[in-house]
Design a protein around this ligand. Sequence first.
Ligand SMILES: C[S@@+](CC[C@H](N)C(=O)[O-])C[C@H]1O[C@@H](n2cnc3c(N)ncnc32)[C@H](O)[C@@H]1O
Length: 280
Amino acid sequence: MDVKEQVREKYGQAALRVKSGGSSCCGSAPSSTGCVDPITSNLYDSGQTSAIPEEAVKASLGCGNTTALAKLNPGETVLDLGSGGGIDVLLSARRVGPTGKAYGLDMTDEMLALARENKRKAGVENVGFLKGEIENIPLPDNSVDVIISNCVINLSADKDRVLHEAFRVLKPGGRFAVSDVVTRGQVPADVRQNMLLWVGCIAGALEQHEYVGKLAKAGFDGIDMEPTRVYNIEDARAFLTGQGVDVDAVAPHVENKFMSAFIRAVKPASKECGGPACCS
Ligand SMILES: C[S@@+](CC[C@H](N)C(=O)[O-])C[C@H]1O[C@@H](n2cnc3c(N)ncnc32)[C@H](O)[C@@H]1O
């Protein structure tokens, strides 16, 4: 199975668990009320979760609260890359109001079915869930004001392609505002692999400077990275022990090296044509 198939299978099963009354958690301690791991738990406040269907909250598998990521204005078009059960799309739809539009894009049929059911329960009209891959966004050039995404880009095996596509569909001046897992500095390959298994990344998180470099290469300006949760060895101890890892031996390589972060950037308002990031 290639990376994409593994991701699709994993999140298809997570969606089915939510539909059958469980939680979407992939970790060792699923609970009926939601995930209890330090990455996905307690991201949203009760005022936000009470405003959307319970199944959208239970399906939440992000690593940040996207409502704190970007200011959304009435009438804007927002696109959520890898929208899962739809929590961030439904929250965004309320923020852009009836004259705006919130799209969710996901490749997993079971997640799309769950998201569409959540849209129906929420009774919102200004929402569209699209089937497709974040490496080939099914929207025209220069059509979106804000791109959000919550813990998805780390799963892609072709991050350059994802960032290129995000740049293409954003309007000039449009904002890229995503939450993602990133790493800091050098980490031995085997430690990195075990930690990313804990995080749930199949393809892998980018090192922070590499992420910034890829955004710049795609044409973005104003790139900024804000840590939101930094993980320590105790967060991952039980999982790593279960994997047969000598946790105390690897601890120095893990401490402060894995984090969730807000990553923000802007598509320049106008650009001279001729370069690789030329606006069409
Ligand atoms: C970690 S979950 C996050 C879901 C949602 N953003 C949230 O906060 O709950 C990842 C989601 O991204 C989708 N996904 C992963 N890789 C994708 C890709 N290459 N193209 C489209 N969807 C993808 C999965 O199907 C899954 O629904």
